[in-house]
Unconditional design. Structure first.
Length: 223
């Protein structure tokens, strides 16, 4: 069932691990099939470098197991809730990446103070309050922290969460946020994080110069 979607979720989870965004079996990835509304999601407690597509399970938006031998991610309630309530979202990725999680521990948002952060996020990546992992309140509380532009939030004392139209996009958002969090953390150590002017943030978000910053990928992300 949904072989291609399960393979895409597996390869994205492996890419997330190989990019250093999680360790071992931390984090989780899901994708929604546009035709059926069913969700392919990573299994719980299995390292992404050892799983096959048959370890990826299929659930529905009400958390019912539809296909698979494995136990779905412990964060399935959050994934199912967001897939159910955001019709424009087809991919969700959750990481514990190092620098983004440092901001989450401080319960502090990540400002769009680099051109990449401004271009990809168009504003501050907000930090939601701590919610117990795996609980039914993870979905509604965290979803309320995504703004109109926001396709990333921090999960207080926990990690980061990305939603979008496809798996390629959410992985790229996670990599970009981690890079920016690293840079801003270190700039803060120098004593000053100079904000970009709001109109410049808006311009970067709307008109990222293609030649400077992975223009083709940005076009793909916007598509
Ligand atoms: Zn987590």
């Amino acid at each position: 069932m949904l072989n291609n979607l399960r393979e895409e979720v597996r390869s994205t989870a492996l890419a997330m691990l190989e990019a250093g965004l999680v360790v071992g079996s931390q984090g989780n990835v899901s994708a929604k099939d546009p035709a059926t509304g069913l969700i392919a999601i990573t299994p719980t407690n299995m390292s992404y470098d050892s799983i096959t597509k048959d370890d990826i399970v299929i659930v529905d938006v009400d958390q019912r197991l539809i296909w698979g031998e494995r136990k779905p991610s412990c964060e399935t309630p959050m994934h199912s809730y967001i897939h159910k309530h955001r019709k424009d979202v087809y991919a969700i990725l959750h990481t514990h990446s190092h620098y983004a999680t440092i901001f989450a521990i401080a319960n502090r948002g990540i400002p769009p103070a680099t051109i990449n952060l401004a271009a990809y996020f168009g504003g501050e990546v907000r930090c939601a309050p701590y919610v117990r992992t795996g609980s039914d309140t993870m979905g509604p509380i965290n979803l309320s922290y995504f703004g109109e532009k926001g396709e990333a939030i921090l999960l207080g004392n926990h990690g980061a969460l990305f939603i979008g139209s496809n798996l390629h996009k959410v992985l790229k958002l996670a990599i970009t946020l981690e890079e920016g969090a690293n840079q801003i953390y270190h700039a803060a150590l120098l004593g000053n994080v100079v904000p970009l002017p709001p109109d410049e943030i808006q311009w970067l978000f709307n008109n990222l110069p293609g030649s400077e910053i992975e223009g083709q990928e940005k076009e793909m992300l916007k598509g």
